[in-house]
Design a protein around this ligand. Structure first.
Ligand code: ADP
Ligand code: MG
Length: 283
């Protein structure tokens, strides 16, 4: 289970003066990883990875195939247990050793293929594992209402019936249901692994809008994407993994498309984006 550090104060970071009006990115990130390493047998998948995921911001996690993006995501989700490193949640150190631990913290992961159960309908999927029980019976009415309200709050209007089996939904609608599930359960961090990889233009648009809506709701969002159009459309921050190492992490304004590609392919970039004024963190 997540073991909280012995600390009762508001956060580990004493803010000078009042806690109000802290600029985004200056306050303690919702999730902070430091020195995360993970190996599988002879394969070292992650080497001392640092990552910050702030509230109300979209962080794009970029990297070539095999860079370690999914392993990092699954480590945060508790599917993998890390070998070394520290995880801080709202400024306190936690240990995530199972998916239950990450769900208890408020982390929801939307996997590309595993997100939903095809044979179940939308309501059943949104309550999967968390069915509301009144006495011994499932309370179908309140489940339906909650599912419908959440979809409406996200402006998901293309679904014909929330009693439709998920197998009949388009790829974009499936992503929408998975994201709505995260919102309905009051998640604080939503991680999406390649959410638009299999989608057409209109569906991609819908998922990108959903990501922006999660951010408006104040959630921290991490989105894995190969698609630089998507990245530059929704991301506030970019983190680039290469061969298991975090080679760049900064505000989106510190990058352009070419520099992201440079970092993904070579681990470095000679391009300086005018006005960024900040250097890329460690390597
Ligand atoms: N369960 C596993 N067992 C062994 N090796 C794995 C496992 N999962 C991932 N890897 C290896 O870790 C590295 C990073 O993989 P992954 O995180 O899936 O990359 P990607 O950035 O494409 O998502 C790869 O070399 C991959 O083969
Ligand atoms: Mg992957």
């Amino acid at each position: 289970m997540d073991v909280m550090a012995a600390q009762d104060g508001p956060t580990g970071m004493p803010a000078p003066g009042s806690a109000t009006a802290v600029a985004p990115g200056v306050s303690e990130p919702l999730l902070k990883l430091r020195g995360i390493s993970k190996h599988f047998g002879a394969v070292q998948a992650l080497y001392g990875v640092d990552l910050d995921l702030p509230n109300g911001q979209v962080t794009a996690l970029c990297g070539d195939n095999g860079a370690g993006k999914s392993v990092l995501t699954k480590s945060i989700a508790g599917i993998h247990t890390v070998d070394a490193g520290e995880i801080f949640w709202e400024g306190r150190q936690v240990h995530i050793t199972s998916p239950k631990d990450s769900a208890a913290l408020g982390i929801e992961t939307v996997y590309q293929d595993l997100a939903l159960a095809d044979n179940l309908d939308i309501v059943q999927n949104m309550f999967l594992g968390r069915e509301r029980v009144t006495r011994v019976m499932l309370d179908e009415d309140s489940m339906e209402r909650a599912a419908a309200e959440t979809l409406a709050s996200l402006h998901v209007t293309t679904v014909r019936s929330i009693r439709q089996p998920v197998a009949t939904l388009s790829g974009g609608q499936r992503q929408a249901v998975a994201v709505a599930k995260a919102v309905m359960w009051n998640s604080k961090l939503v991680m999406l692994d390649e959410p638009t990889a299999a989608l057409g233009v209109a569906q991609t648009r819908m998922v990108l809008d959903l990501i922006l809506r999660l951010k408006e709701h104040g959630l921290a969002v991490m989105v894995i994407s190969h698609n630089l159009n998507d990245v530059f459309e929704v991301a506030d921050r970019v983190a680039v993994l290469r061969l298991g190492r975090m080679v760049a992490q900064d505000a989106i304004s510190a990058f352009d498309r070419q520099s992201v590609v440079d970092f993904m392919t070579t681990g470095a970039s000679s391009r300086e984006v005018a006005g960024s004024g900040s250097s890329h963190e460690r390597n």
